[in-house]
Design a protein around this ligand. Structure first.
Ligand SMILES: [Ca+2]
Ligand SMILES: [Ca+2]
Length: 350
């Protein structure tokens, strides 16, 4: 487990310079591999929010999932897909589907998958991002409002609502409840992920404008405040309905509210560090970087929301104030690497 409180991370300033988009970055890089386990899995919840029952319709995580702004999240085969308009569904590239057999269930109706389009840059390596797939159905979806795709760059530091039908459990137990119940919880996007150049290694970035920052990362914080895996980029405090994606949540969606408009910002891709207990790191494909591809394949247009200044942009400004040529480099200590290797398990692909 990554524990900065015990100084497992060592932050060092380097003397080299790096400019991206003419903006100075506080680019933070894990120099060792943050090993990825894989498929995004369904929602584990706070152990102090189980009442009146983890599968009770009155459970706050189930009630949240059933709010109308999340109606676009349906069940795609044994996983999840997000309806984005006409006969089109977005899901994760690693979700395997059989043409003419796999079903998309949403709004009380069932549709058959007729075509699928993997992102051309998807390699099967989760650390590269591009875990995104467009699926065409045999007919238009009826009676469901499609998700609106986010095309801005203000995800960092914002609270996302993660929706899926995967396994559940608590942050103490991990996923031990069968999938099939729609559930949603919240988490703060702490940092972006990008390919570190190492197999299954992932680097962390803060620049919202860097197109390489194509993964949204969040950590599952405990009410005891003792599992802040993405420190120092993350606070140890959980949100009221803090949550981790878990087994069978693959292809589900993460949403944010921008000025009263709900937008799809992420597609559940992988977990790391654990598989749903406190301390798990969640990885979602960053949808906003793929709007051109989505439109080119499906014809579904994305409508931008106004650019909003956010605290994350202040980090870029801070980098400028600090002198413009400094990079903070995050060094993962070797003992942490060993610990990480023990807790990260490769999960079977669907
Ligand atoms: Ca968190
Ligand atoms: Ca945290």
């Amino acid at each position: 487990m990554i524990r900065t409180r015990n100084r497992d991370f060592d932050i060092k300033k380097l003397c080299s310079t790096k400019w991206v988009d003419n903006i100075v970055l506080a680019l933070l890089t894990i120099t060792a591999a943050l090993s990825l386990s894989e498929p995004g899995r369904a929602g584990t919840i706070r152990d102090d929010r189980v009442a009146p029952g983890i599968n009770d319709p009155a459970n706050p995580y189930i009630q949240l999932a059933n709010e109308p702004q999340f109606d676009s999240v349906g069940r795609l085969s044994a996983f999840n897909g997000i309806y984005i308009g006409d006969d089109w569904v977005l899901t994760a590239a690693h979700v395997g589907l059989n043409i003419g057999v796999s079903q998309f269930n949403i709004g009380g109706n069932s549709y058959t998958v007729s075509e699928r389009f993997l992102h051309p840059n998807w390699t099967g390596d989760f650390s590269n991002g591009f875990d995104i797939q467009l699926v065409r159905l045999d007919s238009n979806v009826m009676g469901v409002n499609p998700a609106l795709i986010y095309a801005g760059r203000s995800e960092l530091g914002q609270i996302g609502t993660f929706v899926g039908h995967g396994r559940s459990g608590t942050g103490l137990t991990g996923p031990n409840v069968p999938p099939g119940t729609k559930r949603a919880g919240t988490n703060v996007i702490d940092v972006f992920g990008t390919n570190s150049g190492m197999p299954n290694g992932i680097a962390l970035g803060l620049n919202p404008l860097d197109p390489n920052n194509n993964i949204l990362l969040a950590d599952f914080d405990s009410p005891n405040l003792d599992t802040n895996s993405l420190s120092p980029f993350s606070v140890p405090t959980p949100t009221n309905l803090e949550y981790s994606i878990a087994d069978r949540d693959s292809g589900g969606g993460a949403f944010m509210n921008f000025g009263g408009q709900w937008r799809l910002v992420g597609i559940h891709s992988f977990v790391a560090n654990d598989t749903g207990r406190y301390g798990t790191i969640l990885g979602d494909t960053r949808v906003s970087l793929h709007t051109a591809w989505i439109t080119s394949v499906s014809g579904i247009e994305t409508t931008p929301v106004p650019f909003q200044f956010h605290a994350s942009h202040g980090l870029v400004a801070l980098g400028i104030l600090l002198g413009g040529d400094r990079i903070l480099k995050l060094v993962l200590q070797s003992d942490v690497i060993k610990g990480l290797g023990k807790v990260v398990k490769a999960l079977p692909k669907p």
